[in-house]
Write a protein that binds this ligand. Structure first.
Ligand SMILES: Cc1cc2nc3c(=O)[nH]c(=O)nc-3n(C[C@H](O)[C@H](O)[C@H](O)COP(=O)(O)OP(=O)(O)OC[C@H]3O[C@@H](n4cnc5c(N)ncnc54)[C@H](O)[C@@H]3O)c2cc1C
Length: 476
């Protein structure tokens, strides 16, 4: 080999453009790209099924862009990576940082072990706009409220770094390792494979991500501020899985959105969209500073909350069989596509913790398994926000009414009809509350409540009273 060898360890940065680790390694010498599926260090937070589906396709796309040279390994990265580096006599290993607590502790061990072997380790920021340790209050403590975090902590700093181009001098090396299929990311059974139906909804990989970004900027950014709440609308970007797996960086999204929004004069929509990227930063900051966030109530006065252990209700929620059409449509959207609209996430989250009084961790776990964008920081922070036990949380008395939410944010019923075909013929007036329709109307729509579509699992008014009574005891 005539060039020094540098391993680029891909993780949640599955792209060539704006990849600071890849750019730096290319400048230093020839590159051996590697991916390690490390379920061992991830422990309880190893990827769920939908994430594995996304990862498989995203790695396939990235490997194709790397001329099939990616080295695939599975197991404990703290052993595999130093061994690979020694084996190929690498002079350096490059990666972009991840912020999950298990990543941080494992990566620190790897850095130490490479150092002991005389191999340089270089890490970069490739997935956040601002480092969590740079955004602190004046007294040096982390923010717990979003608006000051974003306005005072983030926006007062220098603008996020401009994106880097994809390297044009990529000298790739080969190594005999496992193939992508050896990672067994998807179970071969049961048939028919659930992942097949999800494939139809996405063009996974860096090219698909850039296309999705531009589709959104051209067709969704205008009116984002109001339109983002309509569940059947096209005013959301659906970039969350791409951002989680790093097919596109937040810097690329931020700068492309600013360019488009400023040149078109869409300032309120642009600012709102950027503030949602800010929520992503906030969640990551919370996870970084409060590493127990995925497991423990951020506000400990919730620790004694009398959660209900209603297994049957939980199963009905998961399967989209609660009898509340907007809740069921959302849960079926998740099952069908691996994605759920943000408004719908808030409705089903509130329904689980408030109407059913089921612990937010059950919701967090189900989302972890079913969302293609399952992200430890965003998922945990959002579930705690919904339950009221997190940072800057929704007040305990905010209980979404699934009927009025449906009527307001799915006024034509397109969202419900898309995911609940058995209610397709219901007139709009009753679509979100079929139990109020007369027997004649139900018959004309071909709906038999309790048979073709379930009766409500709980009565809204009674559930609301029960939740208010339980949650009022947690008042701080
Ligand atoms: C109960 C619950 C669980 C959630 N779990 C996840 C999760 O596991 N992974 C995840 O990425 N998001 C999660 N979210 C946040 C949010 O719902 C999704 O990020 C958003 O719906 C993704 O769709 P989009 O890309 O079309 O969003 P857009 O509206 O187009 O927003 C652009 C980007 O901003 C970020 N963003 C938007 N809203 C939020 C938010 N509230 N919090 C943090 N980041 C945000 C996302 O990266 C998103 O891709 C959760 C929300 C709730 C209420």
């Amino acid at each position: 080999m005539s060039y020094p060898i540098h391993i680029v360890w891909f993780r949640q940065d599955l792209r060539l453009a704006d990849n600071p680790a890849l750019t730096a390694a290319c400048k230093a010498g020839a590159v051996l790209p590697a991916y390690i599926l490390d379920d061992i260090n991830a422990g309880a937070w190893k990827m769920g099924g939908a994430s594995r589906f996304w990862l498989l396709h995203s790695l396939k796309a990235l490997n194709a862009s790397l001329d099939g040279k990616m080295v695939f390994l599975a197991g404990d990265a703290s052993k595999l990576l130093p061994n690979l580096a020694k084996d190929v006599k690498a002079s350096g290993v490059y990666w972009n940082r991840c912020y999950e607590p298990w990543h941080i502790s494992r990566d620190a061990r790897i850095k130490q072990s490479l150092k002991e072997d005389g191999i340089e380790a270089h890490s970069f920021n490739g997935s956040l706009l601002w480092e969590p340790w740079d955004v602190l209050k004046e007294d040096g403590t982390p923010y717990r409220v979003f608006t000051p975090f974003y306005r005072k902590g983030c926006l007062s700093k220098a603008a996020p770094r401009a994106p880097l181009p994809a390297p044009d001098d990529l000298r790739l090396l080969s190594y005999n390792g496992m193939s992508l299929s050896d990672l067994n990311l998807l179970p071969q059974k049961p048939e028919p494979r659930w992942d097949k139906k999800m494939e139809a909804h996405w063009q996974i990989g860096e090219k698909g991500a850039i296309k999705a970004l531009h589709d959104f900027l051209d067709n969704g950014l205008k009116d984002y501020k109001e339109g983002r709440d309509y569940m059947a609308g096209s005013n959301v970007s659906r970039l969350s899985s791409r951002l989680h797996f790093g097919e596109v960086s937040p810097n690329q999204v931020w700068h492309a959105a600013r360019h488009k929004g400023e040149s078109e004069g869409w300032s309120k929509d642009l600012d709102h969209f950027c503030s949602e990227l800010g929520w992503r930063e906030f969640s990551h900051s919370l996870l970084y500073h409060f590493p127990d966030l995925p497991e423990k109530n951020l506000q400990s006065r919730f620790d004694a909350f009398p959660w209900d252990r209603n297994h049957e209700a939980l199963e009905r929620w998961k399967r989209g069989q609660t009898g509340y059409p907007v809740v069921d449509a959302a849960m079926r959207e998740l099952w069908e596509t691996g994605y759920m609209h943000n408004r719908a996430r808030m409705i089903v989250g509130s329904f689980l913790v408030k109407h059913l009084l089921i612990h937010w961790r059950h919701g967090e776990d189900w989302f972890w398994d079913c969302l293609c964008d399952a992200d430890l920081a965003n998922n945990a922070a959002s579930w705690q926000w919904i339950a009221g036990c997190g940072a800057d949380a929704a007040p305990y008395f905010r209980i979404f009414n699934p009927v009025t939410q449906g009527e307001k944010f799915d006024p034509d019923g397109n969202y419900v009809r898309r995911f609940i075909p058995e209610l397709k013929e219901m007139p709009n007036q009753y679509l979100h509350k079929p139990w109020e329709a007369s027997p004649l109307i139900l018959k004309a729509a071909g709906v038999e409540l309790g048979k073709t579509y379930p009766l409500p699992v709980v009565d809204h008014a009674a559930a609301r009273e029960r939740a208010l009574a339980a949650f009022s005891k947690t008042k701080g």
